[in-house]
Design a protein around this ligand. Structure first.
Ligand code: CA
Length: 330
């Protein structure tokens, strides 16, 4: 496989603070001999572990970019031991367009790993993460949120892995992140996720969903900022104690936790996120907007649990994610 064509303008081995770019060769109608300039900050102080911190893997999810852009100018080298690599907007073309996927190639960053140096812009960025950035890292934090089409209770997540000692290290880092909710995940289709690329390299990986709707709140940004700082403390990169509050443990192992819409129309939620739900409860109704005078379709939960995630826009179609009810784990 050929070398990745991305040229980083930072030296990953140099001590101190460096702000620069991952220069991705780009030739389009708007820029013939151009480059996509993905902002990156590297902060290094001597030997020690490396944290790789990312946001906007999906371009319309904002807690990661806000927390990390702030940290790029607030974090100094003298307060860390080791190295922090921050890419606040991993899929930068998607981020600048305010979209989940890249405006250049339609690429969904979290569906193209491990990437391809001969592929499209999104695949080239993914390959650079797989073969250059991930191998440098000990701990990897990728901050997701619901984006424009979904909204979630704020949770940190670890995956169920074959390697139970690696799984335990991941769970320990997710617990240090200390979001209000903590979730164990078994991905149905994990092959092309960034998560899987990191986990396959034996890394400690922390994922999150911290809100959604295509925006961010003061509370959700605070959870992101505190969580990242906690993981850096947990890894020994920042000094100080992890700030711990209560976190509710959840899982979504039962496939019936997930509800997909079979109808088109105007959705009326009957509960808000965080509500305790019993099997049989009506979560939402969908009004038929082709005509008036029709009884709405009732959408019921098949499981007991907590209302963890929902479709965000008020218009919904068959096949859209409607809701997820998580099981509370004692
Ligand atoms: Ca996402």
């Amino acid at each position: 496989m050929r070398d990745n064509p991305i040229h980083p303008t930072v030296d990953f081995e140099r001590d101190g603070v460096q702000h620069g770019f991952l220069k991705v060769p780009y030739s389009g109608d708007d820029s013939g001999w151009g480059a996509v300039m993905v902002p990156i900050t590297v902060i290094k102080n001597g030997d020690g572990p490396t944290a790789l911190l990312t946001g906007a893997n999906h371009g319309d999810e904002y807690e990661g970019p806000i927390a990390l852009w702030g940290m790029t100018h607030s974090l100094s080298a003298d307060v860390i031991s080791g190295r922090v690599i921050m890419v606040p907007a991993m899929n930068y073309p998607a981020f600048t367009a305010g979209k989940r996927t890249s405006w250049i190639d339609g690429g969904n960053m979290n569906r193209v790993f491990p990437g391809d140096p001969d592929g499209t812009i999104t695949q080239i960025i993914a390959d650079f993460f797989s073969r250059t950035l991930l191998p440098m890292a000990d701990v990897v934090v990728d901050i997701h949120s619901g984006g424009k089409t979904m909204e979630f209770l704020p949770f940190g997540a670890a995956h169920i892995l074959d390697d139970k000692s690696q799984q335990a290290r991941c769970v320990s880092a997710v617990e240090a992140f200390n979001a209000p909710y903590t979730l164990m995940l078994l991905e149905p289709d994990a092959v092309h996720l960034y998560d899987t690329a990191a986990e396959n390299q034996g890394k400690v990986f922390v994922s999150t969903e911290l809100g959604g709707g295509g925006s961010a709140s003061a509370t959700s940004v605070h959870i992101a900022r505190r969580g990242i700082s906690n993981v850096l403390k947990h890894a020994g990169i920042l000094a100080g104690d992890v700030e711990r509050g209560a976190s509710v443990n959840l899982d979504t192992m039962n496939p019936e936790c997930f509800i997909t819409s079979e109808h088109r129309g105007l959705i009326e939620m009957r509960h808000d996120l965080g509500a305790k739900i019993n099997a049989g409860d009506i979560l939402a109704v969908i009004h038929d907007t082709d005509r008036t005078g029709t009884a709405p379709v009732e959408c019921r939960s098949k499981v007991d649990g907590i209302f963890m995630g929902r479709h965000f826009p008020c218009l919904i179609r068959p096949g859209d994610f409607l809701a997820v009810i998580a099981t509370i784990v004692d």
